[in-house]
Design a protein. Structure first.
Length: 608
């Protein structure tokens, strides 16, 4: 084989500018504005107390936002490749600088009247003046700069053994002044051994490809929610001092550095029977270090926490890809594509100075060593009270009642120190994948795409509104599950859905705080939607897409002088199999009451 040596230089520069504008609005007569107004148009007297307590007595609401983004990039690359007999070598070196400048403006405006020349005339009621603190327009101005260097080196011997290495160093203004941490060298090495190039396998009628591969490397990540510098957010104008009240957004951390992940990978590729059966299996282990965590500091510094590099997370799992072509002829073709992915993670270490709150445990953001990320907890449901139909709850002692002077009071509510949380599962699935079926007969083709998700749990959509202290609003839709609610004594044995409540009966849920006057009481309407009975598996299998296509035969196209004509039909989310608790809703959409949307489309493609 002829020896070859080749050098190559590439220059790439780019500049882009993007601008977007977005308006969303709700008119005066809309239900959305009506809820904020708290009464129907014309139902109260002008200048009344009810009008003064309304944030928007007249007009509608409009949200306006504008963003601009400018991006530039300059890259220089030099490459080398050489071929000497059984040996191939290639190498490259890269330098790159890039920057992103983002500016924006957004605001929400009350009193919008499009019928009067797009005017904004908010009524200065007491409620509106109090609301102004939440309606301040926001201006954003961010600049991010990066500089990078990278190099690659690859060697191949007889197309049998391949070794390659990569190294990259990135710097950014997102890190502190300490030069020790501003740049992180990330690198990897990998190797591949193709056994089908060995004499004892080469030429086999059964094994088309058999290869082993392995890699090791270190990667870096930027946590954009942190800053090495002190960041102050300017607040509202103080009416007394006539100065802006400002507060700390981020405390400084000069030693802020990259989050680092070390990866180990092993893999196998195989193909059988002239590539009719193809498969690939990969196992990986990833060790994440210097993960961003929160550390408690003295509140005299202006904030109670500061972001530091202090956590470790381990991830391990495997991925399997399988392709099978049982039929492959000129007129017929049928193929099967299967993908399986499994992952588990564990928080090995976290910042021990950080307190774990009940709120974090309930929403799955608590950093608990030895547990997977996304592990969440729930209140313990003790069933419905047989006399009232209200939900009751277990405390830390396993009781669903309090006893005062020999009288037992059901736990319609709990003090914070009484709350007992139980593990409900993990928000993130451990297993996911897909199945694709593809069939072709001459010019007709049909494709089916299934997906599946296993191993996660989520909370069911809320029964009660977020404004839990209010009665059910007749203008707001409620779940059909309330048709199966408690109505009469004895129903508590067959349903978990509480009785409806109004302001009078709601006050009974507050009786616990009247027993001894303690504060921080959580009412049943707050607790119920976050109990263990309002959790379900999100395991599901769904037909993600269906595609049909027919292409006009070539003989007909030649007669009409057209290169190609095809008709296609596509549908998505035709059905799903999931736990019955979801009642047709999408289990992956969290607490949304929205069912899975189905879409249908027809298309015609013509190529002249």
């Amino acid at each position: 084989m002829e020896n070859k040596i080749r050098f190559k230089y590439d220059f790439l520069g780019s500049y882009s500018y993007q601008q977007s504008k977005q308006n969303s609005y709700a008119k005066e007569a809309s239900n959305y504005v009506g809820i904020k107004r708290k009464y129907n148009i014309g139902s109260i007297e002008p200048n009344s107390l009810a009008e003064d307590n309304s944030v928007i007595p007249i007009g509608g609401i409009i949200d306006k936002s504008e963003t601009e983004q400018t991006t530039y990039m300059i890259r220089n690359t030099i490459g080398f490749s050489g071929h000497w007999g059984d040996h191939e070598v290639s190498a490259s070196a890269l330098s790159e600088i890039r920057g992103v400048k983002q500016t924006g403006f957004s605001g929400t405006y009350y009193g919008w009247m499009p019928e009067r020349g797009q005017t904004l005339t908010p009524m200065l009621t007491s409620a509106y003046v109090a609301e102004l603190a939440n309606l301040r327009p926001r201006i954003s101005d961010n600049l991010t700069n990066y500089v990078s260097w990278a190099g690659t080196l690859a060697y191949t011997w007889r197309e049998k053994i391949t070794l390659n290495g990569n190294i990259r160093m990135d710097g950014s203004n997102k890190f502190g002044e300490n030069p020790k941490y501003r740049f992180l060298p990330i690198w990897s090495i990998a190797g591949r051994y193709t056994l089908t190039e060995e004499p004892f396998v080469k030429g086999s009628n059964i094994i088309s490809l058999l290869a082993l591969k392995a890699s090791y490397g270190i990667q870096g990540n930027i946590d954009k929610s942190t800053s090495p510098e002190l960041v102050i957010q300017v607040g509202a104008l103080n009416t007394v001092t006539r100065l802006n009240e400002s507060f700390f957004e981020y405390l400084p951390n000069a030693d802020l550095r990259w989050e680092k992940t070390t990866s180990y990978n092993l893999g196998l590729e195989i193909a059988l029977l002239k590539d009719r059966i193809q498969g690939e299996f990969n196992y990986y282990f990833k060790k994440g270090e210097d993960m961003i965590m929160s550390k408690k500091v003295s509140q005299s510094m202006g904030l109670s926490t500061v972001k530091i590099n202090g956590g470790r997370i381990d991830n391990s799992g495997c991925e399997l890809t399988f392709r099978f072509y049982p039929i492959r002829t000129a007129d017929y073709a049928f193929s099967v594509n299967f993908v399986y992915s499994y992952n588990k993670n564990e928080l090995v270490s976290a910042n021990s100075d950080s307190d774990i709150t009940n709120s974090e445990m309930l929403n799955g953001s608590a950093l608990i060593e030895g547990k997977p990320m996304g592990t969440f907890y729930s209140y313990r449901f003790a069933g419905l009270n047989g006399e009232t139909g209200y939900p009751t709850f277990y405390d830390k002692d396993g009781k669903n009642y309090s006893e005062v002077d020999g009288v037992k009071y059901p736990h319609y509510a709990l003090y914070e120190e009484e709350i007992d949380l139980v593990k409900s599962g993990c928000l993130d699935p451990t297993t996911s994948g897909s199945l694709g079926l593809n069939f072709r007969y001459k010019n007709f083709r049909i494709d089916l795409g299934f997906t599946y998700t296993l191993g996660a749990h989520r909370r069911l959509p809320n029964i009660y509104r977020q404004e839990y202290y209010k009665i059910f609003d007749p203008l707001i839709n409620v779940t059909k599950e309330l048709k199966h609610r408690w109505n009469n004594p004895g129903d508590e044995n067959s349903t978990i859905f509480p009785a409806l409540y109004d302001n009078r009966t709601y006050n009974q849920l507050n009786q616990k705080s009247a027993l001894d006057g303690r504060g921080s009481v959580y009412y049943g309407t707050q607790l119920y939607d976050k109990t263990d009975v309002r959790v379900a598996k999100i395991d599901n299998v769904r037909l993600r897409n269906l595609s049909l296509m027919y292409r006009i035969p070539t003989k007909i196209l030649e007669k009409i002088k057209i290169q190609d004509i095809s008709f296609n039909f596509q549908a998505t989310n035709l059905f799903q199999i999931a736990a019955k608790e979801w009642r047709g809703r999408d289990p992956e959409s969290g607490d949304s009451n929205t069912p899975i949307p189905r879409t249908y489309s027809l298309g015609l493609n013509v190529t002249f």
